[in-house]
Design a protein around this ligand. Sequence first.
Ligand code: NAD
Length: 551
Amino acid sequence: MSGPRPVRAPRGTELTALGWQQEAALRMLQNNLDPEVAEHPDKLVVYGGTGKAARDWRSFDAMVRTLRTLKQDETMLVQSGRPVGVMQTHEWAPRVLIANSNLVGDWANWEEFRRLEALGLTMYGQMTAGSWIYIGTQGILQGTYETFAAVAAKKFGGSLAGTITLTAGLGGMGGAQPLAVTMNDGVAICIDCDPRAIERRIEHRYLDVKADSLEHALQLAVEARDARRPLSIGLLGNAAELLPRMLAEGAPIDIVTDQTSAHDPLAYLPVGVDFDDMASYAAEKPADFTGRARESMARHVEAMVGFMDAGAEVFDYGNSIRGEAQLAGYARAFDFPGFVPAYIRPLFCEGKGPFRWAALSGEASDIHKTDKALLELFPENESLHRWIRMAGERVHFQGLPARICWLGYGERDRAGERFNDMVASGELAAPLAIGRDHLDCGSVASPYRETEAMLDGSDAIADWPLLNAMVNVASGASWVSLHHGGGVGMGRSIHAGQVTVADGTPLAGEKIRRVLTNDPGMGVIRHVDAGYDIADAVASDKGVRVPMRED
Ligand code: NAD
């Protein structure tokens, strides 16, 4: 009987599968469960509350076994974390096709999902957990860094120096917040109810210090703010208790957001429940727990609105906390915006989004060489240079060394082809897996997050991620995934991902050119269709064909 055990991807150039495309999928699946990468590897949980890489250990073993023997013209089909078939395809076809957590509309809610999950029929794939391209906290660090940089540009003259940000959630993704704020020269108070989450972020140098109490946290924050010194402070406690208290006491907060696991009410600690009792209570009385969690989220969001009324910049960081608070009956939950319409949409219009790659060699030097290549490719891009320099200094690799940066249409394909040439010439020790988050410009329908408040009202139109998955299959990606519910929870999103392997062959070069053009191209056409001028200008400049513009 297979069961929990430590998993780590092989390193080096020796293949354990029949080719690098299959080897890459195998190593990235294993890497997602590396204890350095995954939040709860023994439960196959990678990040985001319950986002898993495989349905159960038996399925994991079957996927590993199948990938090791999968031929160059075969494709493994994965249904919610379980391998269900191997089909003969062809060498341009993906080696793996993944569908995770998809339910028919009327059934797409947590209750039904949990029922089916308990029957062993499905699993929650989040975005990059079930699609095997999670690279640890760096992935979100870059996006969070960009978002706080945009907040600084919009409200604080381009820097967070002299400001205090208040947030909660130091988990797999939320753990990036303190470093993203200090990289923008600000001060952050970060609340979490799990002492382990705080300690882990301090160990990884994403968080600077832990406060002993709320008063201590505020004292440290004000001192650092007045000295215009970046500082991040961890504070143990329940955000739904601490935020209202801080608001009532008039805490001098400039920016408020949140990254607790609010998308899943069973992963949000209700007020009055001890952290140590949380898991058993959620498992034993899920309905009761959900009601109390939602009620607490309503108090949490009410305090966020209070800070907004008092003049702070407040935004939802895509965890559905406004939706949950509304379900609990709080009427002003949507008074503050989501971060995408507030800051990110203009980037999406240019096909920009989170481009990432992992060194299958396991060598950090491969990533350093790709960093250098990228800076040479885009000498004029100052924010890219700043990010790559800071990431080189501050980012602690988790599992296989990896890098992320935001690149747009016309840039990702150039980077990918350059990387493939570096593998071909032997400059890199082994191939790279090039992928991205599902949170991208043209790959997701998520009305509380990526597609909130679209110009033409098309927030809930989910044809786009389906087209995105299909175009990536047709363009030659190495594996393609189509998920439901990632980020914001069941019933609230549909999204797609792709990973394409640069193995140094001319065939990989051809595939990369198509995939890394067409994939961000979906972002451009999606936003042209919705009526965004920036996207229209990009389509004109770069020759992206949109039939409805051609008459
Ligand atoms: P996670 O489960 O790893 O971490 C959540 C953390 O919240 C845990 O450390 C937990 O202890 C803490 N927590 C739960 N209830 C709390 C409470 N009442 N008070 C204080 N702390 C509490 O999840 P994650 O991967 O870090 O993601 C967090 C959320 O943010 C998810 O909903 C995710 O979808 C969302 N998210 C959105 C974006 C985005 O849109 N840009 C990016 C990252 C994460």
